[in-house]
Design a binder for this molecule. Structure first.
Ligand code: FAD
Ligand code: SF4
Ligand code: SF4
Length: 461
């Protein structure tokens, strides 16, 4: 019989005043008993509305049913038929706007905790059943992938399983894309990403790190080396700035640089060779997941006060609800309807504050979000010693500037054919943030999957 509780099983978590001083994972995962109790909330709807909210269409009621039968490996097999990185998605998917956003239990009460159940199953599999996959027999075809984020890794796994010889070229010294350099350890332990990558290597996927395509070699040179196709999954890692005075002062960072130093280079550890700026009064400008991650990292580095400075209200803030909730619990201050107009510095060029204006919300813009308008006479100064810009990223121009004939749009994103990832260059496919601009892990994975299917159909003719 279904469990008719209106609330999800609570996720066990580290206490806020302990976790805001360390980088350990905040959410600890369901116990078996919690997973069984939560799974019993699923009504096994015949029309499966939740599945329509999942970009890779995991058969959600089917995997939840397996949990109720305590067949956790069976549940894993159902999830992994559609998703290459379930332990990652169960942790970082914006479930409230995807699968859980469509769950009928959410009409009156909280939706079924689909993401937490997915994480439970993936973690159970890793702890109990994960076996190194066997390397399939080669089909003699060679594919190259640029970038080892979720788009590239999904594409790599799907084709390696079909016998393709897959080589991933990654600019950084560690594979994983944003999963390793952007999303902090306390949300997504890097050991999980490393295990997923080990699985791909066992399938025969070669990963060449420190390989900047467009600098060390071009896409044309990859074809000259005998690759049958190239997939571009190079993400959108170029940070945007506001273009206001004072952004060159000492103490102003892009969230990307700040997070990379911390996550990839472990700059918070005493023995790390990479330094990181430890501010006392930190302003993080922006309201997305990246802003929440930067703010929570700054707090963990010991800042006295960390503020999110966001130009719209809490109703429009785009970060995942869970991240906002965690940030508030950890003591992050939310200065909404506030927009910086200048970063102020002292005679040594060090940041001493930000000049801001208050905002009001006007008519909706083309995306339906109410447009922020400056409130007359609202200028004020907030004393700060650090400013972290988290106002979005764009694709790096390197690939498009070194690949003749590759069509891009006015935002620098690669133009592709819908549902295949085919670009304007013969044999070149693309997917993930490089195509959509900054989006989500699961959308990048979905794009990698579609492109892998399309290239397989083309090359296996
Ligand atoms: P990426 O993950 O960006 O990977 C691209 C890879 O390509 C990188 O490793 C890069 O080094 C490499 N590369 C780039 N250029 C070259 C080149 N010329 N040669 C070789 N390699 C190259 N999404 C969610 O769903 N939930 C979240 O909670 C969430 N939080 C986020 C937090 C942060 C801080 C950030 C930055 C993003 C977050 N996202 C989140 C977004 C999500 O991580 C991205 O949408 C996703 O990683 C995009 O995947 P991708 O494979 O397209 O690119
Ligand atoms: Fe939900 Fe993401 Fe899992 Fe799909 S992959 S079911 S959207 S948590
Ligand atoms: Fe279960 Fe909710 Fe999906 Fe219905 S919509 S099958 S209750 S998860």
């Amino acid at each position: 019989m279904a469990n008719m509780s209106l609330e999800k099983q609570k996720m066990p978590e580290l206490a806020p005043d302990i976790r805001n001083k360390n980088f350990e994972e905040v959410a600890l995962g369901y116990t078996k008993e919690q997973a069984l109790t939560e799974a019993a909330r699923c009504l096994q709807c015949k029309n499966k509305p939740c599945v329509g909210g999942c970009p890779v269409q995991i058969d959600i009621p089917a995997f939840i049913k397996k949990i109720t039968e305590e067949d956790f490996e069976g549940a894993y097999q159902i999830i992994s038929a559609s998703s290459a990185l379930p332990a990652v998605c169960g942790r970082v998917c914006p479930q409230e706007s995807q699968c859980e956003g469509r769950c009928v239990r959410g009409i009156k009460g909280e939706p079924v905790a689909i993401g937490r159940l997915e994480r439970f199953v993936a973690d159970w599999h890793m702890a109990n059943a994960a076996e190194a996959p066997q390397k399939p027999r080669s089909n003699g075809k060679r594919v190259a992938i640029i970038g080892s984020g979720p788009a590239g890794l999904t594409y790599a796994g799907d084709l390696a399983r079909k016998g393709y010889e897959v080589t991933v070229f990654e600019a950084l010294h560690v594979a994983g894309g944003v999963l390793v350099y952007g999303i902090p350890e306390f949300r997504l332990p890097k050991s999980i990403v490393a295990k997923e990558i080990e699985g791909l290597k066992a399938l025969g996927v070669k990963i060449e790190t420190n390989m900047v395509i467009g600098r060390i070699q071009s896409i044309d040179e990859l074809f000259e080396q005998g690759f049958d196709s190239v997939f571009i999954g190079s993400g959108a890692g170029l940070p945007n700035f506001m273009g206001i005075p004072g952004e060159n002062l000492k103490g102003v960072f892009s969230a990307n640089e700040f997070l990379t130093r911390i996550n990839l280079m472990k700059a918070y550890e005493a023995e790390s060779e990479t330094p990181v700026w430890k501010g006392n009064r930190v302003a993080v400008v922006g309201g997305g997941n990246v802003a929440m991650d930067a703010a929570r990292c700054a707090k963990r580095l010991g800042a006295e006060e960390v503020s999110i400075v966001y130009r719209r209200s809490m109703d429009e803030i785009p970060a995942r609800k869970e991240e906002i909730h965690h940030a508030i619990e950890e003591g992050i201050v939310f200065r909404t309807l506030t927009n910086p107009t200048e970063v102020l510095g002292d005679e040594h060029q060090n940041v001493i504050g930000i000049r801001c204006v208050e905002m009001e919300l006007g008519e909706p813009d083309e995306r339906g979000r109410r447009r922020p308008i400056v409130k007359e006479g609202s200028e004020h100064i907030l004393p700060m010693d650090t400013v972290i810009m988290a106002i979005g990223t764009s694709p790096n121009p390197l690939i498009r500037s070194t690949t003749p004939g590759l069509e891009t749009n006015r935002w620098g994103c690669i133009v592709t054919e819908e549902a295949t990832g085919k670009t304007s260059r013969e044999g070149v496919y693309a997917g993930g943030d490089a195509v959509t601009g900054a989006a989500t892990v699961i959308l990048a994975m979905g794009a990698g999957k579609e492109a892998a299917k399309a290239i397989d159909e083309k090359l296996s003719k």
